[in-house]
Write a protein that binds this ligand. Structure first.
Ligand code: ADP
Ligand code: MG
Length: 321
């Protein structure tokens, strides 16, 4: 049975590209570039809560890195370094090797150095801390949304929720859409290039992890504003193709988390700039509504009628079946 140090040497040591001292000492040594602020964030994934304990370990590793890197994207920061603290119920070398491979693959895809962590025995649990760099004063926070901004979301929000519903036996999906939805659930793609491109343009931004409406409510609260979503422009097409049910597609879009898309606000006069950015990044960017000067979250229906919507109503996608 390998001891902790064998495990660390075999699975957690790896090359770094911009780190003075990585795994193996009491601490790593980093050198942030001049005039950069450090952005720091941690996210923990617990077996049975955030992933199925018997899920493929490579995917668990990928997702643990990805959800952390996504927090850097959401600040407009460049992710640079990451640590992984790990509790394992047993030493299963095959599992550890596959998990470490998935974690490292995601780090490499985003040029992030894996520089340390901790390994201990306990209920299966992975906690990463990511460090990013962002030039002073340009990080995109949650509190800058203003009346006159458009509200945008990237990619295909809701697909991960459909994938989860499918795995739980609550949702039927059209055959061809099963894999894409599961892929969105298991292998989220942090929108780092988008986040960085929105520095100086987005007034507020966050990544969608808990559900579009609930997360938008955080931006509104921090910014002291309200928002009007426009039903006719919501990106429902892909979701409808996948599940063929309007109500379910709506619930997945507005209440599903786990896609790690970016939700952001941009002054209306920069609409063309955002459309051009989407083309440049080959990533659909959907305008979904606008920021109001009165508080609250509203939906403008196709017939022009506006109704208040309750963000909490969509907290649990599981409520809709
Ligand atoms: P200490 O006892 O000084 O805290 P550890 O024995 O916990 O040191 O760790 C030894 C080295 O291995 C450290 O550099 C630490 O960052 C690294 N390490 C431990 N676990 C992990 C892990 N899960 N991922 C990456 N590095 C790890
Ligand atoms: Mg330690």
């Amino acid at each position: 049975m390998p001891n902790e140090f064998d495990l660390i040497r075999r699975f957690f040591h790896g090359p770094t590209s911009h780190t003075d001292l990585g795994v193996g000492d009491d601490a790593a040594l980093l050198r942030p570039r001049a005039d950069m602020q450090l952005a720091v964030s941690s996210d923990m994934l617990v077996a049975g809560v955030h992933f199925f304990a018997d899920a493929e370990p490579g995917l668990i590793g990928w997702k643990t890195a990805a959800v952390n890197i996504s927090d850097m994207a959401a600040m407009g920061a460049q992710p640079r370094w990451i640590t992984l603290a790990l509790a394992l119920p047993e030493v299963d070398e095959t599992w550890i090797a596959a998990m470490a491979r998935g974690f490292r693959d995601c780090c490499e895809a985003y040029c992030v150095d894996w520089i340390g962590g901790d390994t201990t025995r306990g209920p299966l649990n992975l906690c990463a801390t990511v460090f990013g760099e962002v030039p002073r004063e340009v990080a995109v926070r949650r509190d800058g949304a203003r009346h006159g901004d458009d509200v945008w979301v990237s990619g295909w929000p809701g697909m991960a929720a459909l994938g989860l519903g499918y795995l739980q036996g609550r949702v039927d999906l059209v055959g061809d859409w099963v894999e894409p939805c599961l892929d969105r659930l298991h292998r989220p793609i942090p929108r780092v290039a988008l986040g960085i491109a929105l520095r100086g343009t987005a007034t507020a931004m966050m990544d969608v992890s808990d559900g579009l409406l609930g997360d938008l409510a955080h931006i509104l609260e921090r910014s002291g504003v309200g928002a009007m979503l426009e039903e006719t422009i919501l990106p429902l097409g892909t979701l409808l193709a996948a599940c063929k049910r309007t109500e379910l597609a709506n619930a997945a879009l507005l209440g599903g988390g786990d896609d790690y898309e970016l939700l952001f606000c941009v002054p209306r006069e920069k609409r063309g700039q955002i459309e051009a950015l989407g083309r440049h990044l080959e990533l659909p960017l959907h305008r979904i509504g606008r920021i109001l000067d009165k508080s609250g979250l509203w939906m403008q229906r196709g017939d022009g009628v506006c109704e208040a919507v309750a963000a909490q109503g969509f907290d649990h996608f599981s409520g809709v079946n």
